[in-house]
Design a protein around this ligand. Sequence first.
Ligand SMILES: *[C@@H]1O[C@H](CO)[C@@H](O)[C@H](O)[C@H]1NC(C)=O
Ligand SMILES: *[C@@H]1O[C@H](CO)[C@@H](O)[C@H](O)[C@H]1NC(C)=O
Ligand SMILES: *[C@@H]1O[C@H](CO)[C@@H](O)[C@H](O)[C@H]1NC(C)=O
Ligand SMILES: *[C@@H]1O[C@H](CO)[C@@H](O)[C@H](O)[C@H]1NC(C)=O
Ligand SMILES: [Zn+2]
Length: 388
Amino acid sequence: MLNLVGLGFVVLLAAMGAATVESTLTTILQIQSLLMLVLQLIALCLMHFDVCNSVQYDYYKYHPMHEIQSWMAQIKNEHPDVVTIMDYGKTYEHRTISLLKIGFDTGEKKKAIWMDCGIHAREWIAPAFCQYFVREILNAYKTDSKMQEMMKNMDFYVTPVLNMDGYIYSWEEERLWRKNRSPGPAGCACNGTDLNRNFDANWGTIGVSADCCSNIYCGSHPVSEPEAQAVTYFVGTRKEDFLCFLTIHSYGQLLLVPYGHPNFTASNYNELMEVGLAAAEAIWKVHGKNYTVGASPDVLYPNSGSSRDWARMQGIPLAYTFELRDNGTFGFELPENQIQPTCEEAYMGALHIITYAHDKTFSGAVATVAATLWTVLIAMGVTGSNSM
Ligand SMILES: *[C@@H]1O[C@H](CO)[C@@H](O)[C@H](O)[C@H]1NC(C)=O
Ligand SMILES: *[C@@H]1O[C@H](CO)[C@@H](O)[C@H](O)[C@H]1NC(C)=O
Ligand SMILES: *[C@@H]1O[C@H](CO)[C@@H](O)[C@H](O)[C@H]1NC(C)=O
Ligand SMILES: *[C@@H]1O[C@H](CO)[C@@H](O)[C@H](O)[C@H]1NC(C)=O
Ligand SMILES: [Zn+2]
């Protein structure tokens, strides 16, 4: 901003110098209009820099990558007691992949919930949902004893945009770009691997392409891509902690359970379906949208190498893919006026699955008493929270 103001004055001085050969009246008019210009520049700068942005983040607009990154920093600054940022990998173009870890620091080993958004670049509603989800749980825990209990027993690991390179490419070059941005094998002119075909789960067997120009190119070998490696390493080294693995996509209004390969069925398929159907009902109650629940081959198409299937194969019991709105009218280009209702309903669905996972692991009565005590402590400010 200072540079622009400086520039404004240089222009002003130059104009004054030039004005000596002009009539006085013209000079005054020139100075006035230049002053106006400088003031406008200052106003413009103020509007576009953090000063104003940090006050009100618009959750019902799509945001480019750099705004989502500042938002993450802002969330961490506003909730230092419960939020940390963890860097856990690099994209092909060397961007740092980060997640928000949200939960009370109890000093004990905790269970965990995984949520990633934006593994497919063009599915812009997904990152919007991750941001909404984070805001909601950070609003809820201050008054809702159930959320407090969950944030005491579990940490939420939320990656707002996993495929950062692809997301930026979809903003700047090609709105409907899906894959990451790594180059294909030698001799192939196309870039990009479908990260959701690249995980080590029946890799390369069905619902994929070996053609590097295809949108479902599965890569040269399992976990060949740095973004898939990041998730594989981070989750894989803590797999016994994760109760739940939620990966957020669009579109189709579906809740998909493992597996994508038609010849395999999850050992807890019945549980996955039961919980999924109840989540779909919770979604339906919000705005009447119909979400279909099932394994990919049954309700969408068979596939292999998805992160959801990989997570289930690691032993994470409750692994789901959310395919958010819509059902085909706008597809990947969901209008911004649907961000709010889409997030509201999907939040209730996700919350149902997460609450189920929590309650199954932490037995009711004891946990409730502990949570109530915790609520009182938080209300009294005893836990060291400084953001109430
Ligand atoms: C593929 O990516 C490389 C950089 O990694 C870039 O130079 C090239 O132009 C890209 N090719 C296409 C077809 O986008
Ligand atoms: C599934 O199993 C059947 C019977 O063994 C086999 O013929 C078929 O090729 C398998 N499908 C896939 C996609 O591997
Ligand atoms: C919701 O979806 C189910 C299964 O796809 C279908 O049977 C049902 O008729 C749908 N309901 C509405 C109101 O569209
Ligand atoms: C998609 O949803 C709209 C609005 O809810 C509905 O009118 C339409 O019938 C649905 N189309 C399909 C193919 O399900
Ligand atoms: Zn997707």
